[in-house]
Design a protein around this ligand. Structure first.
Ligand SMILES: [Zn+2]
Length: 522
């Protein structure tokens, strides 16, 4: 052995023991700071949510907070006396809980939200598409939700359409200056405790708002440092660019977000690139614009979507049936043809649940457009198979686009029970177009950033403990179009705010979700 080699050996030995001592010291300090650990997850492959590679690490949780991430040094004695619960996550993957940027549901009716828990969602965003609960004070409603308890965390939005209704503007397309001031004040007050405003410009009453109104409100959202999420005015491929431009224009005043980005009737990767280019161009010009998408090629909405603007509400429809029936029938005939024919609309409301327009046409001995006249624009919803897989998949893998379900506990569409599982099963495992770490980033840290949530969406010390433990190869989206209410499988442990919310298919009787508070205003 040369002198140099001997020197190096001694050096590495001393360094090694120094390192060991330092770990022990750190462990002692750690025990002093946290004499009791509520939950210790050991030996898992931890994906932090930022897109970094997985690391083998333990996670210690006290209360609702992650207090340690790394290799823990607990002796068997310490494990028994100081740690309440240990979960051995050997060969398992650990990620932050998924954050759903666009969800539906009524927490007062179905507070457990097991559909979301079973697919790894720990935070949902309600009040979408311009519609939040129609109550005089949304804060009272949120207090009720908090009182009753909720199975997942809730990031609440206020709906522009609902604000119009509550403030008395309703479907008026030319509200007075006074009415607009009132609307702005109502929005301003509500934004103090909500994450932003949603618009639903394809629906009543939101569709009656003109550009000026939306710009005034965007300014209020921006002043409050919140985000404006939009179900845009028209998602048809021919109108999409214009719809995005309308939103980008509002983006001069506030952060803006395209909800469930899709191109109705569009085809192929080139169409997707065109949409992505518009978003990239806006970002280059300083607009903060983001988007979310769900991994299904059928949309889901009320039948009003198929009706012209002059026949969407019950009153308008009644009037149109008397005065413009032939015109309406022709409009619907063309619409159905354009939307891939009567077999491409699947009704999701009883008593016609699971039947296509084509099947109902058979059953009633009516043309498909006459079936729509019979059902009317209100009261029924449907799944519409109007998207192209190539196009939507290209949008979905784009690094700037996050994942949402646009789903609910009760809607007759598999996205409400399958979305986040399907991302891992289909796009990571089967098609291999997303890495697991990238897919997780699009479902966690990126979404948290969009919502302005600083302490979730990433596994790190100091963050809230919203955590999933699972084997990615066992994740399965079981929900289908004929049977959309089948829970997803594979997410063995779902932890919310440090508490086990669901484990091995069993939901905890005590809810651990919270009504989240948005960041205080700058
Ligand atoms: Zn929508």
């Amino acid at each position: 052995m040369t002198k140099l080699m001997r020197f190096l050996k001694i050096l590495s030995f001393s360094f090694g023991s120094y390192f060991l001592m330092s770990c022990q010291q750190e462990h002692a300090v750690f025990l002093e700071n946290y004499p009791k650990i509520d939950l210790l997850i050991t030996n898992g492959q931890v994906i932090d949510g930022l897109g970094n590679e997985a690391i083998l690490a333990d996670i210690a949780i006290v209360g609702d907070e992650i207090v340690f991430l790394g290799k823990s040094e607990f002796s068997p004695d310490e494990l028994t006396n100081r740690v309440k619960l240990v979960i051995d996550a050997k060969n398992q993957t650990i990620t932050p809980g998924f954050i759903d940027l666009h969800s539906h549901g009524d927490p007062l009716a179905t507070p457990d939200f097991e559909n979301f828990l079973a697919m790894g969602v720990t935070t949902i965003s309600l009040g979408q598409d311009g519609s939040s609960p129609n109550v005089p004070k949304l804060s009272d409603w949120l207090a009720k939700v908090e009182d009753q308890g909720i199975g997942v965390n809730l990031a609440m939005f206020v709906g522009h359409g609902t604000l119009r209704t509550v403030s008395g503007i309703g479907r008026n397309s030319a509200p007075s200056a006074d009415a607009l001031t009132q609307l702005s004040e109502l929005l301003n007050n509500t934004l103090k405790y909500t994450f932003g405003m949603s618009t639903g410009l394809e629906y009543n009453p939101g569709l009656n708002a003109d550009e000026d109104e939306l710009l005034i409100l965007a300014d209020v959202v921006g002043i409050n440092n919140r985000i404006l999420m939009s179900h845009m005015r028209n998602e048809d491929n021919t109108a999409l660019a214009e719809s995005i431009r309308e939103l980008v224009n509002q983006g001069r005043f506030t952060k803006v977000h395209v909800s469930h980005i899709k191109s109705v009737y569009g085809h192929g990767v080139a169409d997707a690139e065109e949409i992505l280019d518009i978003l990239a161009e806006a970002r280059k010009n300083g607009i903060q614009i983001s988007a979310d998408i769900y991994p299904y090629n059928a949309s889901y909405a009320g039948l009003a979507l198929l009706f012209p603007v002059w026949a969407k509400t019950p009153e308008q429809f009644e009037d149109a049936m008397i005065n413009r029936k032939d015109e309406l029938e022709l409009y619907l005939k063309n619409k159905i043809e354009k939307r891939n024919g009567p077999s491409a609309t699947l009704i999701g409301t009883a008593p016609y649940t699971g039947k296509t327009l084509a099947e109902l046409s058979e059953q009633f001995k009516l043309t498909p457009e006459q079936v729509l006249l019979k059902l009317g624009p209100s009261g029924y919803s449907g799944a519409y198979f109007i998207m192209d897989d190539e196009l939507q998949s290209r949008l979905l893998i784009d690094p700037n686009i996050s994942i949402s379900s646009d789903g609910s506990y009760t809607g007759f569409h598999p996205r409400g029970h399958g979305t986040f599982a399907k991302i891992i099963e289909r796009f990571v495992q089967q098609r291999k177009v997303l890495t697991l770490t990238e897919a997780v980033r699009k479902m966690t840290s990126q979404s948290a950033k969009i919502l302005g949530i600083n302490d979730r969406g990433e596994i790190k010390v100091g963050n809230k403990a919203d955590i999933l433990i699972f084997d990615p190869e066992k994740v399965k989206a079981k929900a289908t179009y004929p049977e959309p209410h089948q829970l997803a499988e594979g997410f063995d442990v779902v932890i919310i705010n440090g508490k086990i919310a669901r484990r091995d298919g069993k939901i905890s009787p005590k809810f651990s979700g919270l009504v989240l508070k948005p960041n205080s205003i700058k």
